[in-house]
Design a protein around this ligand. Structure first.
Ligand SMILES: Nc1nc2c(c(=O)[nH]1)N[C@H]1C(S)=C(S)[C@@H](COP(=O)(O)OP(=O)(O)OC[C@H]3O[C@@H](n4cnc5c(=O)[nH]c(N)nc54)[C@H](O)[C@@H]3O)O[C@H]1N2
Ligand SMILES: Nc1nc2c(c(=O)[nH]1)N[C@H]1C(S)=C(S)[C@@H](COP(=O)(O)OP(=O)(O)OC[C@H]3O[C@@H](n4cnc5c(=O)[nH]c(N)nc54)[C@H](O)[C@@H]3O)O[C@H]1N2
Ligand code: SF4
Ligand SMILES: [Mo]
Length: 577
């Protein structure tokens, strides 16, 4: 017997899966296109937590739930923090937030992911509506700007065939090596590049004047702002040539252009301004409103879906969380001890918490320090439903396998709601509720109702319907000799899940040898890693993948200026033998 479900991971693609003869297989058609990535191809070979434990001793699930109830009963409500991540992207995962909110606990806001870029998008457009995959497939030219599709978004690749590809990335990724134009930009320079591109578009009189008059009438003022960027000095500074700027503008002339951005451009404190400047360039090209044109980033996967769960709780930042202010911290679907920025700060803060509860699938730095560990059921063994941040599908995820270990988010919440007299509907009712947001499209797939195929076709979601340009920006400072830390995603791991990387990657010219052990340090901390030589990396960069143990000892917990987001690449690093 075969059953349909979807991959639960935090990934653009949200692949559809057929669970057949006890095996995970890809759906042949639709956006999944007959293939999955290594994580799901080997999903059942990884090891998962099967037994709950308290203070290191194995206990039964019933004992674990009673212990959890006792801990919550004994904690002042304003000293309970629910720290939730997106280890599983199902819409039902928020049912726990419903319990914690109703109970009077604190939740988190801000982002460890795309929040800075999203804030910039909202400042400019008034909302974050994404250009869906179905529209990218109609483009002639695709600019891949700070995204690494071979690793993070492989289901975009079939769509890119036969299109002109431009890549802007400090690392010569696989897509960069096959691009028609590759710009190996200096990290943290994308704001300046976007301003310059806009400036040249105006010098060459190639902007879309009719469109701008209607939807972005402040474009002359913005052009003036771009004129404050000195051309020759800046190009030299950011390592881009005039020829590359010309080539990029020539490629885009009169064509259907999609600008496909990833989180790479916005891992800085001014990440919002970067995305807003990229958007502004797209606006000047007249890309919004035309078929096959626009800007794709990480959309809001919950766009056009109202949550049935009560999550209007008091919230604290998830970037620089003061864990020590809480007596009890319930960690769900995330590994903050590895993935939050500034690990020394996190460890010091969390070591003062009396009750740390870890509710997840696998052992990691966070399960290791938890007093109470509660294994979750994996996606095959529970009911859920999911959406994506890059396309509009909504996919049902019914239970396709029985298991006798772990507990689902719904069952855990039902136990807690029952214990503390909080109202909760049945699981089936919530899933039905989410299904009401779905409508069948022409190709027979379920899509979220009410999402526009061409967002902003008739204007922006700002108060006057026009795009709001940046009015000022800070010139990034490049005047020190330390190296840029690039910390991006690995094909082997999903952040800290599955096969985590162990090395630091450097260009030969930095003078280190393959397998040499070196120290990488920043003002926040240091770690030792083995060198792997890779000349696709710029000489002024150090690459350490997300999920590598200790990488976040180097990073800063200062949030982005806008969007309350982590800025993993703000802090520069030094290396030594
Ligand atoms: N295999 C795999 N897939 C994943 C994940 C994973 O861990 N593993 N994680 C998932 C998650 S949580 C997310 S958010 C998405 C993210 O997906 P992506 O946005 O693709 O993520 P990154 O790999 O962080 O960054 C993309 C690219 O940005 C480049 N970059 C870094 N700094 C700069 C810069 O200053 N300017 C420019 N122009 N480029 C820069 C990097 O070199 C990298 O090639 O991927 C999801 N998919
Ligand atoms: N240095 C550096 N740091 C980064 C990044 C980076 O690029 N570089 N990327 C940042 C980004 S974009 C993100 S999104 C974050 C991601 O960081 P995290 O949210 O911590 O993601 P993972 O490391 O994948 O950990 C996911 C957790 O979810 C649990 N889990 C999986 N499925 C389920 C389930 O069904 N139920 C429950 N209860 N738990 C489950 C797993 O056991 C695991 O503990 O990391 C951020 N940190
Ligand atoms: S590509 Fe993304 S959605 Fe598809 S199987 Fe892999 S992690 Fe899951
Ligand atoms: Mo992310």
């Amino acid at each position: 017997m075969s059953k349909n479900t979807a991959c639960p991971l935090d990934c653009f693609d949200a692949c559809e899966i057929i669970y057949e003869n006890n095996k995970i297989t890809p759906k042949k058609n639709g956006h999944t296109n007959g293939f999955l990535c290594p994580h799901l191809n080997h999903y059942e070979n990884f090891s998962y937590i099967t037994k709950p434990r308290y203070n290191g001793d194995e206990i039964t699930m019933d004992e674990a739930l009673l212990k959890l109830k006792e801990i919550l009963q004994d904690s002042p409500k304003d000293e309970i923090l629910h720290y939730k991540g997106n280890g599983n992207f199902g819409l039902m995962q928020d049912v726990t937030s419903h319990f914690f909110t109703s109970f009077g606990a604190t939740l988190t806001d801000g982002s460890l992911c795309d929040g800075a870029g999203e804030a910039g998008i909202i400042e400019g457009r008034g909302s974050n509506k994404n250009m869906p995959l179905s529209e990218i497939s109609k483009s002639d030219v695709v600019i891949i700007w700070g995204r690494n599709p071979h690793v993070t978004n492989s289901h975009l690749l079939p769509i890119l065939k036969d299109k002109k590809i431009i890549v802007i990335d400090p690392i010569k990724t696989k897509i960069a090596s096959i691009a028609d134009l590759y710009i190996q930009i200096k990290p943290h320079s994308d704001l300046l590049l976007a301003l310059l591109l806009n400036r040249f578009l105006h010098i060459e009189m190639n902007f879309d004047e009719v469109y701008l008059e209607k939807f972005a009438s402040e474009y002359e003022d913005y052009y003036e702002l771009t004129q404050t960027v000195r051309i020759i000095k800046t190009l030299d500074f950011i390592d881009v040539t005039l020829a590359q700027i010309n080539e990029l503008l020539t490629f885009t002339q009169g064509k259907k252009v999609a600008i496909v951005c990833g989180v790479g451009v916005q891992k800085y404190r001014d990440g919002a301004d970067v995305m807003r400047a990229i958007d502004a360039f797209a606006v000047n090209l007249g890309l919004f409103s035309k078929e096959g044109c626009g800007v794709a980033y990480l959309g809001d996967s919950k766009e056009a879906i109202d949550s049935p769960f009560n999550t209007k709780a008091k919230k604290v930042s998830k970037v620089d969380t003061k864990f020590s202010e809480f007596k009890t911290v319930f960690i769900q679907g995330t590994n903050p001890l590895s993935q939050m920025p500034n690990s020394y700060r996190v460890t010091k803060e969390i070591s003062q918490v009396k009750n740390i509860i870890y509710f997840g699938l696998d052992e990691n730095e966070s399960s290791a320090i938890a007093h109470l560990v509660i294994p979750a059921k994996n996606f095959l063994c529970k009911n859920d439903i999911r959406t994506s941040y890059s396309h509009n599908a909504i996919i049902n995820m019914p239970r396709v396998l029985e298991s006798d270990y772990g507990i689902s988010e719904y069952d855990l919440s039902a136990f807690l709601c029952d214990s503390f007299d909080i109202k909760l509907k049945s699981e089936a009712e919530y899933i039905e509720y989410f299904k009401n947001f779905a409508t069948k499209s022409e190709d027979g797939c379920w899509q979220v109702k009410g999402r526009e195929e061409i967002p902003y076709k008739s204007g922006f979601d700002t108060s006057d319907g026009e795009f709001t340009f940046l009015e000022e920006f800070d010139m990034p400072k490049f005047d020190d000799k330390r190296l840029f830390l690039i910390t991006s995603k690995s094909h082997k791991s999903q952040n800290s899940q599955f096969n985590r990387q162990k090395n630091v990657y450097l260009n030969t010219k930095l003078g280190f040898k393959e397998d040499e052990l070196i120290t990488i340090s920043s003002k926040y901390g240091s770690l030792k890693l083995k060198v792997k030589i890779n000349d696709n990396i710029r000489e002024d960069c150090v690459l350490i993948y997300s999920g590598t143990k200790g990488v976040n000892t180097l990073t800063s917990s200062l949030p982005s200026f806008s969007g309350k987001s982590a800025s993993y690449q703000e802090e520069k690093v030094e290396i030594s033998k």
